[in-house]
Design a protein around this ligand. Structure first.
Ligand code: ADP
Ligand code: MG
Length: 672
């Protein structure tokens, strides 16, 4: 790092710059062209141009407002220059007779051609022009462009920067050298293809983007390999328990389910821990896959744990898996935060003794008192809802158990190739047969009464419905109040129906009671906050109303909608919205209205939000991409994936040098 005052270092740190190479890799956002001087009369309008002339007039006027108004003249024309905000030093620059160089956009004003707030420099006649385009860097308050430029130039130095990649790799991919590429990006020659630079398509950009993607792959794959170096129990069995369970089910596995069951089964027979992410849209049937994986561990003489993010979901799993496994003589333990102390002690004892082969619960499963006799497999449902630390805690139970993470939020391929490259990924890309697609309707909140009528009709026909209350992020109290109000109104409007309410603030036992009543159709209409988002499975429910759908994210809407359409009857999802709608809200509602495929929705969501927001919690564990654009640079991503494996296998020291250049001290961020 170049020596600089502490204040400057602090500002650099704000930009993520801590080392010399961070400065070198701090690349321009755009460029200004000060290499070419236009005669005022010929300068194109509406583009940033550099002109030069003599100041012939200056005046501070007060009408219509306070401003500095000047005139600058060259051989052929006069340019009006205005500053609405200005410093005394600027007035001085425009002293009559000064030669000034102005960088800005010319537009046709009322009094003739004018430039507003140009970048100004007083020059002597014949002063030389810049030899390269002027970079404009992302910066922060108190760190001006010239200062940053100087720091970067110093960091670059005059000596060529070493290339981290061997020439063979660069030749194959047809990429230019690192040194030339960064130098070009910091100081492009005047004749460079400017569009290619701005669009980041220039070979120099390609090189930098490739390097960045490669660093990401290397760090993800290093973490992956490090976990592979740990040992895990080899789980080998004949599969009798799985066979027994499958014969007892009223359905057979879909092709996709069978495929992922095989993938998982193979992983479990390895002497190192499985680290697999199972993705499947809502309703694709992940629970049975989890159950079969658990049986694999159990038949091999080990225990399994299944953890879910909410107590409602964990309990559903507990009920379902207990029913499935009881006939096989397998005991299931239940661990949740709401258990009374004595009950908890009893459950803990069953887990510790090995009497319970499967433990199901919420994050209570990875508290310190929980000891397994011999944990072989841990399964995490809805993994994206857990923080990294919680997942790690479960992994440290026992001797590196195999790990299966499940997610109903489909991850677009480019993302799973990049930010999830440290996991193996299985995808259930097929829904069980016999599902009728859900019809989605967008309805203005003004027509709420009609919708209430519709709920009445459906429920009187013997069907059931959900009414989902809006998400109010600013205030949980407000959200609860809204749910209570909605509930009261619906109870009053629908006296002939039994209406139930679940919300996040209820005790687990109360929630469970309402859910159980809904399950057996004792409750026809379930009013809920978004707690029902995951895991509820009531096939008779075929109508869902979502209030203030415009406030919800795409994946959340998709998850919610997945609660209906689980039986054979046609289901409807009504998205109530309140006007006026913002453009993003409109775009989101359009996507959810037009699509039912979770992967397509996720792809469009990624497009609307960008990877940072899309990834949410995972982002904190992974180095974000600054330069590469996953949609545009898929070919580079694919190449980086391949080269990363090659380097890790054949040239680990090259891999290490590359990683340390790109990530520096951040290399250990990724131990997830
Ligand atoms: P999710 O992937 O959302 O967790 P679930 O495991 O809850 O999905 O399954 C949704 C519903 O589909 C459940 O009622 C489940 O019993 C049923 N199901 C799962 N697999 C099949 C299948 N192959 N054929 C028919 N129904 C299935
Ligand atoms: Mg599920």
């Amino acid at each position: 790092m170049p020596s600089a005052p502490t204040a400057v270092l602090q500002r650099l740190a704000k930009l993520g710059i801590q080392r010399r190479f961070d400065l070198i890799l701090h690349l321009p956002l755009r460029y200004e062209d000060e290499t070419h001087l236009y005669p005022i009369a010929d300068a194109p309008v509406g583009e940033t141009v550099l002109v030069e002339g003599e100041v012939t007039h200056n005046e501070v006027t007060y009408r219509p407002r306070r401003q500095l108004v000047c005139q600058v003249k060259d051989e052929g024309a006069v340019l009006h220059v205005r500053f609405l905000n200005f410093y005394p030093s600027q007035v001085k620059q425009f002293a009559i007779g000064n030669r000034v160089r102005l960088l800005g956009e010319i537009r046709h004003g009322f009094f003739g051609d004018e430039m507003v707030h140009p970048k100004t420099r007083v020059v002597k006649d014949g002063a030389s022009l810049a030899e390269s385009l002027t970079p404009v860097y992302p910066t922060t308050a108190g760190l001006a462009q010239p200062a940053l430029r100087k720091l970067i130039a110093t960091a670059m130095g005059d000596k060529p920067l070493a290339d981290t990649l061997p020439a063979t790799v660069l030749d194959t991919l047809n990429l230019p050298a690192f040194d030339g590429s960064v130098r070009l990006l910091h100081n492009p020659p005047p004749d460079v293809a400017q569009r290619a630079l701005t669009e980041r398509e220039h070979p120099a950009w390609q090189r930098l983007k490739f390097d960045e993607l490669l660093a990401q792959q290397l760090s993800m794959r290093t973490a992956y390999r490090a976990r592979r170096d740990k040992s895990a129990p080899i789980l080998a069995c004949a599969g009798d328990l799985a066979k027994q369970l499958l014969t007892s089910l009223p359905f057979g596995l879909t092709g996709a389910q069978q495929r992922v069951v095989n993938e998982i089964g193979l992983d479990l027979t390895r002497p190192y821990p499985m680290q697999r992410l199972l993705q499947g849209d809502v309703g694709s049937g992940k629970t049975i896959v989890a159950a079969l994986a658990a049986l694999h561990a159990i038949e091999s003489g080990y225990q399994a744990a299944l953890m879910a993010p909410t107590e409602i979901l964990a309990e559903q799993h507990y009920l379902k898996l207990s029913t499935w496994l009881a006939p096989l003589g397998i005991e299931v333990a239940w661990l949740a935060g709401s258990l009374r102390k004595s009950a908890k002690t009893a459950q803990l004892a069953r887990v510790a003794s090995g009497e319970a082969k499967l433990a199901i619960g919420t994050h209570a499963l990875f508290q310190d008192q929980v000891e397994f006799q011999q944990l072989g497999l841990s399964i995490v449902d809805e993994q994206h809802r857990f923080g990294v630390h919680q997942r790690l805690a479960l992994r440290s139970k026992g001797h590196s158990p195999h790990q299966l993470m499940m997610s109903a939020t489909p991850i677009p391929r480019t993302l799973s190739m990049s930010y999830y490259a440290d996991l193996d990924v299985s995808v259930i890309d097929e829904l069980p047969p016999g599902r009728t697609p859900v019809v989605t309707k967008l309805v203005s909140d003004a027509r709420r009464d009609e919708i209430i009528e519709r709920v009445r009709m459906k429920c009187l026909e013997g069907r059931q419905a959900y009414w989902v209350c809006p998400l109010i992020e600013e205030s949980e109290a407000l959200q609860l109040q809204t749910a209570l109000d909605t509930y009261t109104v619906l109870v009053e409007s629908l006296p002939e129906l039994k209406v139930g309410l679940v919300h996040g603030r209820m005790k687990a036992s109360e929630k469970a009671e309402v859910m159980a009543a809904f399950k057996i159709n004792d409750v026809q209409l379930l009013v809920a906050t978004t707690v029902i988002e995951v895991g509820v499975d009531v096939p008779n429910a075929c109508l869902m109303v979502i209030e203030h759908a415009e406030r919800m994210g795409l994946s959340q809407l998709h998850q919610l909608r997945g609660r209906v359409g689980r039986g054979a009857v046609e289901s409807t999802c009504i998205l109530l919205y309140t006007t006026p709608l913002s453009d993003t809200a409109k775009a989101r509602l359009k996507v959810i209205y037009e699509n039912t495929d979770g992967f397509e929705i996720a792809r469009q969501d990624l497009h609307l939000r960008g990877p940072g927001e899309f990834l949410g919690a995972r982002q904190s564990g992974a180095p974000m991409l600054r330069f590469a654009d996953l949609e545009k640079d898929l070919h580079l991503l694919e190449a980086a994936q391949e080269v990363a494996e090659q380097l890790l296998d054949q040239a680990p020291s090259v891999a290490e040098a590359h990683l340390s250049r790109w990530l520096g001290s951040r290399t250990d961020l990724l131990k997830v």
